[in-house]
Design a protein around this ligand. Structure first.
Ligand code: FAD
Length: 462
């Protein structure tokens, strides 16, 4: 079956495709658009029948279900890149009203203002309230550069004294990074993410993240990108680095495409499987990919309801348990009139492995606590037991954000990787977009330099 995005291979100028991109998620679509905007010919190959990867949204009975809770960090690097590309979206900023913190089985209203911090029972005693207020007031002054290689647990223990404040900061770190590994995760990367979250807040999107996928796909197509869907790349070969199209991409249907440069916008495991066939890629780089591939995972339960049983309650965050519940439809158009769309999630981690049956029961129990009576008004439940939220946790032992591999694959000519596990900027989708931009800029810089030399009569081969 073809869809509006799908091209047949015959539509592509085989052997003239200058840049080939493997993978049509956020990262692949962004890199493709940026390069095509600059006038280069781009072909993008996606194994699924539709582009979008983990950012896709399913529409069921008028409800928009992202693959688990998805939110845009408006002060993050990704939002800037979407703006540069002219991708528009609407939605509302999430506030703390109607949200609860869950601790020792009790619900506490989430403090959001100075007055609420001073009166909340979540923080016991005046000392803890003052320490919390001081911490958040000075969050922006912390320099994350110096604490990239310190783990979050050590950093919290050294810099925060009160146990209640420690718990609150751990909870906010989990919500903003989705990571649940404080002994491993980089304090620097986490603090940057908290700073971004506090600077601009987060928004839920009308129509879900599919709005962004559609916007990026349309931008790519307008720029002339050929998008091939339903075709898996099974092998990449470096035919001859002295010719103008040195790369040969073999597809699952037996066809091949040759290209000047390749961008692999796939996860580390898929990248490893393709790269290990090439003698050009060093074993140290391959082991960096494998060792760095400690994914952040979550069990998510997406729930559509005809009505919200507790209309003024929007969500709850676990303080002493790794749980999350949020009514995304309270802030964005994601449900038909009167209906509600709720994302419930358990953050997994190295010490919390998925246990689908028990995890689902735990998430449903959280719904019982926050939205009693929901089972009578449920339209649809979708349980995703072991989602990869981000392909690689940013760990302190690898040097924090600078320990991630850079976009250029060392030792190769014109071979790049992009995604939420690559490059020195951003977490989650911010990393996908930033690394895509970084790879596009490097490719365009080389193109421009070669064009300059060619204009001076110096013959160029890629
Ligand atoms: C539960 C959950 C919650 C999240 N919440 C947030 C959030 O709030 N904020 C945020 O910023 N991010 C969030 N994320 C992360 C965000 O969704 C991802 O970081 C982003 O979508 C990744 O985009 P990508 O292009 O790097 O990778 P992907 O979306 O994984 O795209 C890779 C693509 O490559 C394709 N592919 C792989 N191998 C091949 C091959 N051999 N040939 C052809 N195609 C191939 C795949 O089919 C896929 O489409 C969340 C993710 C999850 C799961």
């Amino acid at each position: 079956m073809t869809n509006q995005y799908q091209f047949e291979l015959s539509d592509v100028e085989i052997n003239k495709g200058r840049i080939v991109i493997l993978g049509g998620g956020f990262a692949g679509l962004t890199a493709a658009t940026l390069i095509a905007h600059a006038g280069m010919s781009v072909t993008l190959v996606e194994r699924s029948t539709e582009a979008g990867g983990r950012a896709r949204t399913s529409i069921l009975d008028g409800f928009y279900l992202n693959q688990g809770p998805h939110t845009i960090y408006t002060a993050g690097p990704g939002a800037k890149i979407l703006k540069e590309l002219g991708i528009s979206y609407t939605g509302k900023k999430v506030t703390t009203g109607g949200y609860y913190a869950l601790k020792k089985g009790k619900k506490y209203p989430m403090p959001g203002s100075l007055r609420q911090f001073l009166t909340t029972k979540l923080l016991k005693g005046l000392g803890s309230k003052i320490e919390a207020i001081r911490f958040f007031a000075s969050l922006n002054k912390i320099n994350p550069e110096y604490i990239q290689d310190i783990n979050l647990e050590d950093w919290i223990n050294k810099n925060i004294h009160n146990a209640d404040v420690k718990d609150l900061v751990k909870m906010l770190s989990r919500i903003t990074t989705y990571a649940n590994d404080i002994e491993t995760q980089s304090a620097g990367a986490t603090i940057t993410q908290l700073q971004i979250a506090f600077a601009g807040g987060v928004i839920y999107l009308d129509g879900g993240w599919q709005t962004l996928v559609n916007g990026l796909t349309a931008a790519a197509q307008d720029a002339g990108v050929k998008i091939l869907t339903g075709k898996r790349v099974i092998r990449i070969e470096n035919v001859d680095s002295n010719i103008s199209q040195p790369w040969l991409v073999r597809l699952s249907d037996g066809n091949t495409i040759s290209s000047q440069a390749l961008i692999m916008a796939v996860g580390p495991k898929d990248a490893y499987d393709l790269l290990k066939q090439s003698s050009l890629v060093s074993s140290s780089f391959l082991s960096q990919i494998v060792e760095g591939a400690n994914p952040i995972r979550a069990a998510t339960l997406d729930i559509a309801l005809t009505t919200l049983p507790m209309p003024n309650v929007f969500g709850a965050y676990g303080v002493d348990n790794p749980l999350y519940l949020s009514t995304h439809s309270a802030f964005a158009r994601l449900a038909p009139n009167g209906g509600a769309l709720i994302h419930v999630m358990k953050y997994l981690g190295s010490s919390i492995q998925p246990d689908p049956k028990a995890d689902r029961e735990e998430l449903e129990k959280l719904m019982d606590l926050v939205q009693p009576g929901w089972r009578k008004v449920v339209v649809k439940e979708r349980f995703l037991p072991n989602m990869i939220v981000s392909n690689a946790l940013v760990s302190a032992s690898q040097g924090g954000i600078y320990g991630r591999p850079d976009v250029k694959v060392p030792g190769t000519k014109n071979l790049y990787i992009v995604g939420d596990w690559v490059g020195p900027e951003g977490l989650l989708a911010d990393a996908s977009l930033s690394s895509a931009k970084r790879a596009a800029e490097k490719i365009l810089k080389i193109r421009n330099e070669k064009e300059k030399l060619a204009a001076h009569g110096i013959p160029q081969s890629y």
